[in-house]
Design a protein around this ligand. Structure first.
Ligand code: GAE
Ligand code: MG
Ligand code: MG
Length: 393
């Protein structure tokens, strides 16, 4: 089953929350007629540089052409050498490896007529509870629309949210207090995500206030990026467990051996695919730590891969974050992943379990516009330039 052709298809998809994100779908053809589809998810993060897609496509064809598509170990090893870990949350190397890894798992699953979770050894669960994101508020005027968003999502079955905090504590406190008054008993908060904005002491002081206003399961990214000691300090002072996005295998070991987290936030977009995530989950198991599957808010293909990873994960004791298909207003698949009551269902069809609409994909690729702009707060928080705090300067 030798790889014959790798094609990259950039698409831009608006979110219901008003920003647009660019992704790259990956098509790999092998043998006589085998095809697999993957995804490099959400390129619209800092640092503000983008792939030279024709060059990347040429490179991947040189690197993968003629290789046995079934030899995931060898292909992953090559990709790790050509696209090594970059040590930050929006590693483009991780995305390249994610796109190829997902496409090869899809291709092999389709060739064998089995869902990807079968290639991971079988499933321990057929769904994973997930939470809907309430993006960061930088003005108290952003509280009411977000409370309405919680109510709207509750009508669609989402009874779990996560809240990005730390930029405007007055807005955070107003939201969390009113959330409790209005939704206690109907909707839970999975995490308060500081996105590495504050030093650990200011995070701890904010949490003292938040603890009076609401209940929540865990705290994420409560210290500056790479401040492992700061995370450990915060962890020693908070009642609830803490999580952090794991950048690579050694980073996972560093976090655990420093006692910096209770939970590893594991994601195929960041670690570079399903195999790397499985190694990270094994590390967590070895340390008797917990795991949650995080997100960059993938499209349907990337979200389906998360569902298969969740199905096979030996350690998975917190809800995940993958709700991209409920955020994006467009995609290029014929049959999206399914959610039931805040749970992402594991697809059962061969491969990742979805069918790409190639005609639609061609149109979306032709129309893909890049919309980065210079609204840094909006890019960091994933919020629209029309938000009140952007108007208030
Ligand atoms: O920090 C997080 O857990 C968020 O999911 C973060 O990754 C988001 O910015 C996400 C998105 O695009 O919404 O990448
Ligand atoms: Mg996070
Ligand atoms: Mg993202």
């Amino acid at each position: 089953m030798k790889i014959k052709h790798v094609q990259l298809f950039p698409i831009a998809t608006p979110r219901q929350t008003g920003i647009a994100n660019q992704h790259v779908l990956v098509k790999i053809e092998a043998g006589d007629s085998y095809v697999g589809w993957g995804e490099m998810s959400d390129l619209s993060h800092v640092p503000m540089y983008q792939f030279d897609l024709p060059e990347l496509e040429r490179m991947l064809n040189q690197l993968l052409g003629g290789k046995d598509a079934r030899n995931l170990a060898k292909i992953e090893d090559d990709l790790i050498r050509f696209y090594p870990d970059e040590g930050h949350m929006y590693s483009r190397s991780g995305l390249v490896r994610q796109g190829v890894d997902l496409a090869l798992h899809d291709l092999i699953g389709r060739a064998e007529g089995v869902p990807v979770y079968d290639l991971l050894g079988g499933k321990l669960r057929d769904r994973m509870r997930v939470c809907y994101p309430i993006f960061r508020m930088r003005s108290v005027d952003e509280v009411a629309p977000n409370l309405q968003r919680v109510a709207d999502k509750l009508t669609q079955g989402f009874d779990l949210i996560r809240v990005y905090v730390g930029a405007n504590l007055a807005a955070d406190e107003l939201f969390l207090g009113q959330f409790t008054d209005r939704f206690k008993g109907q909707v839970e908060i999975k995490s308060l995500d500081f996105s590495n904005l504050l030093d650990w002491r200011r995070s701890a002081m904010a949490l003292e206030r938040f603890d009076e206003l609401c209940d929540y399961m865990l705290v994420e990214s409560g210290a500056p990026r790479n401040d492992i000691e700061g995370l450990a300090q915060l962890r020693r002072r908070t009642r609830r467990p803490s999580s952090e996005h794991v950048l690579h295998l050694h980073h996972g070991w560093q976090l655990l051996s420093a006692g910096a987290v209770d939970i590893l936030n594991v994601s195929p977009y960041l670690l570079g695919g399903l195999r790397a995530c499985e190694r990270m989950i094994a590390l967590a198991e070895a340390a008797r730590a917990s795991v949650l599957i995080g997100t960059t808010q993938e499209l349907n293909l990337g979200t389906a891969a998360v569902a298969h990873l969740a199905a096979a994960a030996r350690v998975l004791d917190y809800p995940g974050d993958s709700t991209g298909p409920h955020l994006y207003t467009d995609d290029a698949v014929k049959n999206p992943v399914r959610y039931e009551k805040s749970h992402l269902l594991v697809p059962e069809a061969p491969g990742l379990g979805l069918e790409v609409d190639e005609e639609k994909l061609k149109t979306m690729t032709a129309e893909a516009k890049w919309t980065f702009g210079v609204d840094l707060a909006g890019v960091l928080d994933r919020t629209a330039a029309t938000r009140p705090s952007a108007q208030q300067g």
